[in-house]
Design a protein around this ligand. Structure first.
Ligand code: DUC
Ligand code: ZN
Ligand code: ZN
Length: 474
């Protein structure tokens, strides 16, 4: 088994920075040496990576992706192959994708379909959450089967998208009661979809069809309301662990913070688009350009009664928001986003981002919003702990998988379709963004998958990770 030494770097963990040399033996981190120990002990390796002046961090974990998702009359444009390669380019070494069960479909078959899509195609490791789009007696039983037998311990439910993925409050309560018995985490898309559909119809009746109306028809109050309702339901179900996905609104953050103050098992994530983009600068671009930024929940207005960006960054600092994911759900403009020309409600919802999360959240460090430690914690360590993969994943420590990123804080990254862009879309939602840092080298279980601006990974290297229950509470 090949041995690699990563020397002279600064290792970052949630608890601090330290100088040290990392010995990788095969797929695993074998040891971490203090400066000088490698020479003193005569440690040798087949290969040495000099990380002088660079950071050595655990590989990024993106716990919210949608590869090949059938949605919005089309299918998300990254396959597990293209999406996992793009993730590697972005310093991500594990994705947790959302397997799909729709109303009338069988949960175990839905999961099997996702295994077929991913198996043999990924260059980095992958795991699954299960979307439950049809809650009935059989799917409730299947939830427990997945927890006990399949390494799937978290389930995404939707309070939005009536007629597509939507569950009503009674169904949600039943799924939560099941989770309280089997220990699973309930992940919630918290937007009041019934009220939103009324507003959407009213805008369309007034011929307000441009992409910006996607945001105007989904007010932040309705994200706050749904978040509150989800929290109350989780309390009624016995304080079942609840994880609010892709939070975009200050009102929703208030609800989560209050629940945490009450001691409830409520957690949340946000995504880079909600920390940086605005209705005015992105969704309201001339013509149909705004379609690139249509996702749900939507990008918020900078003139709203609340300061969503500032509040979400505050939430990340205070751990009210535990994780940054991407909700990577890529669609091309051509033939996909274009389905919604003349009717914003038909624009497939989603932004491609799996490649850029580590970069965009590092920029939050540069801007003074969060610390280096918090960058690693929100993008790697907590995702591993929240979703039952720690300490195999999420930390630079002896015995952990050798999922390692060498990060160069002195280089720059220019994101854009002719600059850095490896996701399978015909545009970049982050076109022209410059980051004060760069993914230098990426290792997935001991294999270098990206270095010297080249992809060196291998299709099929990525393995399925069977997850345990959330470790955040225990
Ligand atoms: N939101 C999106 O924007 N895309 C995928 C599903 C979702 O909830
Ligand atoms: Zn969602
Ligand atoms: Zn999603």
């Amino acid at each position: 088994m090949a041995r690699t030494l990563i020397i002279n770097g600064t290792i970052i963990s949630p608890t601090g920075l330290s100088a040290g040399d990392v010995l990788v033996d095969g797929e695993t981190i074998a040891a971490i040496f203090q400066p000088g120990q490698v020479a003193a002990l005569g440690i040798t390796a087949d290969r040495t990576i000099d990380a002088k002046g660079k950071y050595v961090i655990p590989g990024g974990i993106d716990v919210h992706t949608h590869m090949e998702l059938p949605f919005g009359g089309t299918e998300a444009s990254d396959t597990f192959e293209t999406g996992s390669n793009a993730a590697a380019w972005g310093g991500v070494t594990t994705i947790v994708d959302m397997a799909l069960q729709r109303y009338g479909e069988n949960v175990q078959e839905g999961l099997a379909t996702w295994h077929r899509k991913a198996e043999g195609n990924c260059s980095i490791d992958y795991a699954f959450h299960q979307i439950i789009g049809g809650i009935d007696d059989q799917s409730l039983k299947d939830m427990t089967y997945l927890v006990e037998n399949e390494g799937v311990t978290s389930f995404k439910l939707f309070m939005a998208y009536p007629g597509v993925f939507y569950s009503d409050d009674g169904q949600i309560l039943k799924a939560m009661q099941t989770a309280s018995e089997n220990g699973a985490m309930i992940m919630m898309h918290a937007e009041n979809g019934i009220a939103i559909d009324v507003l959407v119809a009213q805008h369309l009746a007034r011929r307000e069809t441009d992409p910006k109306y996607h945001s105007i028809s989904r007010p932040s109050l309705l994200e706050g309301e749904a978040t509150h309702r989800a929290i109350v339901l989780s309390k009624v179900a016995g304080n079942v662990p609840l994880y609010i996905v892709h939070m975009s609104a200050a009102e929703a953050l208030d609800e989560v913070a209050q629940a945490q103050n009450e001691g409830l098992n409520v957690f949340a994530e946000t995504c880079p688009q909600y920390l940086y983009m605005t209705l005015e600068d992105h969704l309201a671009q001339p013509g149909f350009e705004g379609a690139k930024y249509v996702c749900s929940p939507p990008i918020r207005s900078k003139h709203d009664h609340r300061h969503h960006h500032a509040d979400l960054w505050k939430g990340l600092r205070m751990n009210e928001l535990a994780i940054v994911s991407t909700d990577h759900c890529p669609f091309c403009m051509k033939d996909q986003k274009e389905l919604g020309m003349g009717d914003f409600s038909k624009i497939p919802n989603g932004i491609a981002g799996v490649e850029h999360r580590m970069e965009l959240i590092y920029q939050g460090v540069v801007l003074g919003e969060i610390s280096l430690e918090r960058w690693v914690e929100t993008c790697s360590t907590t995702p591993a702990r929240m979703f039952g993969m720690y300490p195999k994943k999420g930390i630079i420590a002896a015995g952990s998988d050798a999922d390692i990123v060498v990060w160069d804080p002195n280089a720059k990254t220019k994101i854009g379709i002719n600059d850095k862009h490896h996701m399978n879309t015909d545009h970049s939602a982050w076109e022209g963004t410059v980051i004060d840092g760069k993914v230098d080298t990426v290792m997935s279980r001991g294999m270098v998958v990206m270095e010297n601006n080249k992809f060196t990974g291998r299709k099929g290297h990525g393995k399925y990770i069977r997850r345990g229950l959330s470790q955040y509470l225990h």
